[in-house]
Write a protein that binds this ligand. Structure first.
Ligand code: SF4
Length: 688
């Protein structure tokens, strides 16, 4: 639809002219309503859904994104009935009381100028409780109970519960609902032959398997009429054996259109899929070729999703015709003002999601309230009071421009303090700068660009190559020590000074180079990063990603999976030594650790447990594993055995009467934790 037409229909065309993202900022007509741009906030379960004060917190969380320009928000998933809850205590939306308390949310979002949909998610066989139901009574990976097969009456009840949930959403002021018909949950579980072994009118042929989805949409449309948006998020690739075929997906999409859906969202993979779909290893917009194919096959608007984390990527895929709308989820955790900044042509000021999953998805699986590594306020907005202008401007020196120092310095300066940030090296970033050199973590550089801009905007004086003494800091009201960590060395071991031995920071910074045969000592996140760095083949694009993980890019095979190549050995021989026994890298992220392990295994990286170095000599390394010692040929030994806090100033500053705060790795070294560093820096910056 042309912008002029939308204006005459009452659309709010963004007042900023000359945006570099004209397609992204273009209004769009959906279900008789007008979206002010093409950005949806995609559904994410945050853990707020289950809290007693969840509606108030969600109202603040969503309201902030609405005021910052998101066109339409989709909530996290709510079950339409108790048997559909993902586990005991998970969010259900099935009563007038639920509708009444959600008024807070919808009012706040509408006041911000956005539309909002309730996502309805019936967990089906993935429910982790003994009332779980599904198309067939088949065991579900990761779930302790086998779901009960729904009988005809139970199916009718499931349909009615979806319709009733949508009606309650309408009462609550929602503009519509999105049915989650993907991910292997109830509706998708009926559609895929993998989980539907029925022989009645709900199983067998595609029309029977799709009947549940279609009945839910058709009856919801009947119940709620034209002016209620109905979205259906469908699985375009199940990425499991015996999933749906592409032709079946197209059939379902067309039938949903007939049944009354207003738009189709897209989703890829089930929980047990052996393929990453949103981790940093997934190239940007890797799956948008599939939304483009679907868009060509149906008349309904299509929403692209997964690893779209910059306005440039969103603009490109819209301009290419891959989709009509773009769903951003984690990028809006990372920066609530993403849309506003994109509209103003300030994408370099966006706090970009780095796809680490650390504070969001990993936390979902540990049943906590999610947040964001680069934005600790996310989903905790009500617990972080708005910044208050400083009562009197202090003269503050921040020592160290890693993430703790950066977040502290900008927060202080934005409140009116006079801040000088000293960094001993020639650029900002600290340990994070090293991480940005690891293949797949290139987006980390965007975080540093974001801070460069904030430093400039807030008026922080940045002194690079500066390492002041306590005496030189006299005259400051307060000094913040954010000098981070130094890599730990293996005590007094003679082998540690052998020329073949290097610290991980020397390698990742490019100060030293590794040979062809490498032993990595350690098996934590940094050791895995080093192994990735050493075995990377230099090619990272959608085609190589699809090939490496066995994704059927043309979706001709059932489930969209084909055998992945067994190995893709790198030119280097790399062995990784874990001191403890048990699974290697067990401290890695819950949703990303398996990906890293699998990638390194495919490249032939050998992972030894209960292993350490006894000696290093001209020929290589003596590795002690269990009670045995074996010789290993090696050119290089890289140490990744932890860190120690680095604080050489605070004692002497206190001795001369200067107030000191110590934050980040300088305060606490076990495990480099960027989330903790940013949070501590921000907290101090807001409190001082
Ligand atoms: Fe993105 Fe990481 Fe934040 Fe999650 S925690 S939203 S993946 S930056």
């Amino acid at each position: 639809m042309a912008i002029d037409t939308l204006q005459s229909a009452g659309a709010q065309v963004h007042p900023l002219r000359g945006t570099p993202f004209p397609r992204l900022m273009e209004p769009f007509s959906l279900g008789g309503r007008v979206l002010r741009n093409r950005v949806l906030m995609g559904a994410m379960h945050t853990g707020l859904e289950e809290l007693p004060d969840g509606p108030r917190r969600m109202a603040t969380y969503f309201g902030e994104r609405a005021r910052a320009g998101v066109a339409m928000i989709v909530t996290g998933g709510f079950a339409p009935e108790a048997v559909g809850a993902a586990s005991e205590g998970k969010a259900i939306f099935d009563s007038q009381a639920n509708a009444a308390e959600h008024r807070l949310i919808t009012d706040e979002v509408h006041a911000g100028g956005s539309l909002i949909l309730l996502q309805i998610l019936h967990a089906g066989g993935y429910a982790r409780h003994d009332k779980a139901v599904a198309a067939s009574a088949l065991p579900t990976p990761f779930c302790p109970v086998v779901p009960r097969m729904l009988e005809e009456g139970g199916i009718e009840q499931a349909i009615e519960s979806h319709v009733r949930c949508a009606q309650l959403a309408h009462v609550a002021g929602y503009d519509g609902v999105e049915f989650l018909g993907a991910g292997g949950y109830l509706i998708n579980g009926f559609f895929a032959p993998r989980t539907n072994h029925r022989t009645d009118r709900w199983g067998g042929c595609v029309a029977n398997r799709g009947r549940l989805a279609l009945e839910i949409v058709r009856r919801t449309r009947e119940a709620l009429g034209k002016n209620f948006i109905i979205g259906f998020r469908m699985s375009l690739l199940d990425l499991v054996e015996d999933g749906s075929t592409w032709d079946e997906s197209v059939w379902l999409a067309r039938a949903l259109q007939e049944a009354g859906a207003d738009f189709l969202g897209s989703a890829f993979g089930w929980h047990e899929s052996p393929v990453p779909t949103i981790a940093s290893v997934v190239p940007p917009a890797a799956f948008s070729t599939l939304t483009r194919r679907l868009r060509a096959a149906v008349a309904l608007p299509i929403v692209a999703t997964n690893r779209i984390h910059t306005p440039e990527q969103a603009e490109t895929l819209l301009a290419r015709g891959d989709a009509d709308l773009v769903a951003l989820a984690r990028p809006l955790l990372a920066d609530p003002h993403f849309v506003q900044k994109a509209a103003a042509g300030e994408s370099e000021r966006i706090n970009t999601c780095i796809a680490c999953n650390q504070a969001c998805l990993d936390r979902t699986f540990s049943h906590g309230v999610v947040s964001c590594l680069v934005n600790p306020r996310a989903c905790h907005e009500t617990l972080w009071e708005p910044p208050k202008a400083a009562e009197s401007a202090l003269c503050v020196a921040v020592i160290g421009a890693g993430l703790a120092g950066l977040s502290c310095a900008v927060a202080l300066a934005e409140r009116g303090h006079e801040v000088t940030l000293h960094e001993v090296s020639s650029s900002i970033g600290g340990q994070f700068k090293l991480a940005a050199r690891v293949p797949g973590k290139e987006d980390y550089q965007r975080t540093l660009v974001y801070y460069e801009n904030r430093l400039r905007d807030s008026g922080v004086t940045l002194r690079l190559g500066s390492n002041p003494t306590a005496e030189e800091l006299r005259g400051h009201d307060h000094v913040v020590i954010a000098t981070g960590i130094r890599p730990r060395m293996p005590g007094a071991s003679a082998w540690a000074v052998h020329p073949k031995v290097m610290r991980y920071d020397d390698l990742l910074s490019g100060r030293r180079e590794a040979g062809q045969r490498v032993v990595i000592v350690g098996a934590g996140g940094i050791a895995f990063d080093v192994a990735e760095y050493l075995t990377y083949d230099g090619v990272h694009n959608t085609a190589s990603f699809m090939a490496a993980w066995g994704i059927d890019a043309v979706a001709s095979l059932r489930g969209g999976l084909k055998p992945a190549p067994a190995t893709a050995r790198s030119g280097r021989s790399v062995v990784l030594l874990q001191r403890g026994v048990g699974k290697v890298g067990r401290g890695l992220g819950r949703t990303t650790g398996w990906i890293k392990r699998r990638m390194l295994e495919r490249r032939g990286v050998l992972m030894m447990t209960d292993a350490g170095v006894d000696a290093v000599d001209e020929d290589g390394v003596l590795i002690r594993q269990g009670g045995e010692i074996r010789r290993w040929e090696a050119d290089t030994v890289v140490l990744c055995i932890g860190q120690e806090s680095c604080d050489e100033l605070s004692a002497s500053l206190r001795a001369i009467g200067i107030a000191v705060s110590v934050i980040g790795g300088a305060f606490e070294s076990p495990g480099i934790d960027a989330e903790r560093a940013i949070r501590q820096g921000m907290r101090l910056g807001l409190d001082l």
